[in-house]
Design a protein around this ligand. Sequence first.
Ligand code: SF4
Length: 367
Amino acid sequence: MKYLDEFRDPVAARALVDEIKRRATRTWTIMEVCGGQTHSIIRNGIDQLLGDAVEFIHGPGCPVCVTPLEMIDRALEIAARDDVIFCSFGDMVRVPGSHEDLFTVKARGGDVRIVYSPLDATRIAAENPDKEVVFFGVGFETTAPANAMSVVHAGRLGLTNFSLLVSHVLVPPAMTAILSSPTNRVQGFLGAGHVCTVMGTSEYGPLVEQFGIPIVVSGFEPLDLLEGVRQLVDLLEDGKAELRNAYPRAVNAVGNTVAQDTLREVFVVTDRQWRGIGMIPQSGWTLSPRYAQFDAELKFGVKHLEVAESADCHAGEVLQGLLKPNECPAFGTACTPRTPLGATMVSTEGACAAYYQFRRLELPAHA
Ligand code: SF4
């Protein structure tokens, strides 16, 4: 398939692996902040192929995994109301809240619907004027433009029964928080290609300067990732802190300015809680006052929820790269994709689920 097969070529991949291994004089610790990249690295065995040249630590790049428990509980409370049709992408419905998940609410009779676009939710709102229709707007800079567009669309349609439960988060503040932590182990970042497709690369230059760390924007196919790692290892070996773009077929410095204009119109930057990490200042988006009538939090007034994380789950340490998923005592025993204790085992993009699915049951020698 064009644009896929040529980026999965095993001969070219082997050449890149050999070049990285030749260049690396030590084990470099690299973090990707993207669940799609995490899964591609594990699924394609890139971590195993690179051996001692690179240790990957899997950052907070899975949107489902970082959505705070309080927000999941808020979604559950809204979804359980008789007057609500609660719409969500499929990956959120099995994420455990303090006591249950959205599937459980649906099994009890709640009207929870899996949709494939936030515009499906606006259509449902137009078809059901006697119900309140809520869309769970979760994710990074990639999903935010479509969610912002749904609000603009609802406004144009004059819908008063549509609202968004917003839990959007931003990648650069999370990278700042990781680099500022006294326990930081990251020496170089693979930048998330899809985020940069929307936002461009210019946000990352200040991070490179402030922390003296190289960042290479990368795609998701095996050759994209290996080329990103190759450039990163080159920079690390040369002692250079630079921003590079190894995904030029999709990413440029400016990004998608139409999407950015819509984001600026609909959202404002706010402090956000990240599950497993805590509060990161100015790290998310919420609806701007101009669109407050579409804010489900304001409409339903669900505030001050008491939340209870599983005491056995170490997802916070996994998300910060302090623990490998298979180092968690519950991994593969008490916690499996069928019986997840934490969001990183639920989501198909979560690091724990990736390690379980692709049988990373043994620790690598350098861990
Ligand atoms: S394996 Fe399960 S319990 Fe352990 S950190 Fe991952 S999600 Fe949490």
